[in-house]
Design a protein around this ligand. Structure first.
Ligand SMILES: Cc1cc2nc3c(=O)[nH]c(=O)nc-3n(C[C@H](O)[C@H](O)[C@H](O)COP(=O)(O)OP(=O)(O)OC[C@H]3O[C@@H](n4cnc5c(N)ncnc54)[C@H](O)[C@@H]3O)c2cc1C
Length: 399
């Protein structure tokens, strides 16, 4: 927007006290190169005058209509944080989790319910997109393999200490699977992981996913292997077994009636994301999908517009096009006063300086081999963001 309209007054509202959405709480902790894109976004606040109002849930703390009354254009970019569940018997058994819950726990999301579960020795991950492969890698790695990350170590240990087998289950053949071949390559390179591949039809020559999977299949089994990854191509889950806890998953061959039961302690579904109650601010329209415009002055971007797909860079190109559309739509005269008119209601919002305080504290508390230790207690995060120093604990007291 600022490239199109350099004088525009741009404000970002976020339900969390800190910015950066899934880049902070979704992108894997051992992919710091990807997370580094926050440095580019930081310039918006530090050099281009964009204001950040954290801890403000639109629709709860302030209605969308009130925001619209103060701004000439409003873009809904609230993402999609609900896990899409599996529609099979037993999908609601204890021990069945959504990928969102597990990835948010590993990424120190302050609103995710704790304590984390133990995933047990055998885990099934349903889905073969990049989120599923992130999970395979993070669950297969030990703490020593995560040097340079900002993983939540206590949570990682709690989730993974018993994990020995990870089954990854997808309906498609490698040629049609959704994962990026580079993600599978990362798994081949782990010295503590061995692989077994099931259900692959003859691969397609020259297809990068088929090639990497046949490489995985042929890879020597390292003597130091601690975790075994079983890849199931062409299978879909048909049932979750168990009474009070999941104990197995039935998978059915998509091109026949063959069914296998795999004993598991945990199932993680990684088949996509959907809106939570907080993320239903405006009804979708066909035009919104096509152009990003919901109605005059109201727009939608990111996952809220496209669904849970695309990369950070594809959404940035989308956002550039949307900014051009908004600039064309806005004719003036511009009389709305922006956040100034919401001063009273934003009095307790957290500013970008608040994020800088959280950022500095997290980096200063990083343990050996980690780049930061995230604040996972929302009240602590709020206090630091607000600039309150917390009373230090008296020696010998318990929290
Ligand atoms: C586990 C995981 C790993 C990923 N890894 C990669 C990767 O390695 N590379 C890559 O390119 N892409 C990756 N992605 C995809 C990438 O994160 C998304 O494409 C991108 O973050 C979508 O941006 P967004 O702005 O639409 O949503 P989000 O990043 O989810 O941001 C939405 C923001 O809106 C806030 N919010 C929600 N509701 C409200 C409300 N009512 N009021 C105020 N604020 C609200 C949220 O707190 C959040 O900060 C990953 C996604 C996931 C889930």
């Amino acid at each position: 927007m600022l490239k199109q309209m350099p004088d525009a007054d741009v404000c970002i509202f976020d339900a969390l006290p800190v910015p950066f959405g899934l880049i902070r709480h979704g992108v894997a902790a051992d992919h710091q190169g990807t997370k580094a894109v926050t440095k580019q976004f930081a310039r918006l606040f530090e050099k281009n005058g964009v204001q950040f109002f954290g801890g403000v849930t639109i629709g709860e703390d302030i209605e969308l209509a009130a925001i619209r009354a103060c701004f000439d254009a409003v873009v809904i970019a609230h993402g999609l944080h609900g896990d899409i569940g599996l529609d099979v018997p037993g999908a609601d058994l204890p021990g069945v989790f959504g990928a969102g819950r597990i990835t948010r726990l590993l990424n120190g999301h302050p609103l995710e319910t704790r304590p984390a579960p133990s995933l047990g020795a055998a885990v099934a991950i349903v889905g073969m997109g990049n989120v599923a492969l992130d999970l395979v890698r993070l669950l297969a790695k030990s703490g020593n393999d995560l040097v340079g990350s900002d993983i939540d170590d206590e949570i990682h240990a709690q989730l993974t200490s018993e994990v020995r087998t990870i089954h990854i289950i997808g309906r498609s053949q490698p040629v049609d699977a959704r994962f990026d071949p580079a993600m599978a390559r990362e798994l081949i390179e782990l010295p503590t992981v061995e692989h077994a591949v099931h259900g692959v039809d003859i691969g397609q020559d020259g297809d990068p996913r088929s090639s990497i999977i046949s490489e995985l299949d042929r890879a020597p089994h390292p003597p130091s292997a601690r975790v075994r990854v079983e890849w199931w191509f062409g299978y879909a889950p048909s049932d979750m077994r168990g009474d009070r806890q999941v104990t197995g998953i039935d998978i059915e061959r998509v091109d026949s009636d063959d069914v296998l039961t795999i004993p598991v302690d945990t199932v993680i579904t990684a088949i996509g994301f959907t809106a939570t109650a907080q993320q239903r601010l405006a009804a979708d329209t066909t035009e919104a999908g096509d152009t990003g415009r919901l109605s005059p002055g109201l727009y939608v971007a990111g996952w809220a517009r496209r669904g849970p797909r695309g990369t950070i860079s594809s959404h940035r190109s989308d956002a550039q096009q949307l900014a051009s559309l908004i600039a064309t739509d806005l004719k003036g005269p511009f009389t709305r006063a922006g956040a100034q008119d919401l001063e009273d209601r934003l009095a307790s919002a957290y500013s970008y300086d608040g994020w800088l305080r959280v950022d500095a504290l997290e980096m200063s508390q990083a343990t050996s081999g980690r780049v930061r230790k995230k604040l996972t207690d929302i009240n602590h995060m709020r206090a630091i963001a607000a600039g309150h120093s917390l009373p230090s604990k008296a020696p010998g007291t318990t929290p």
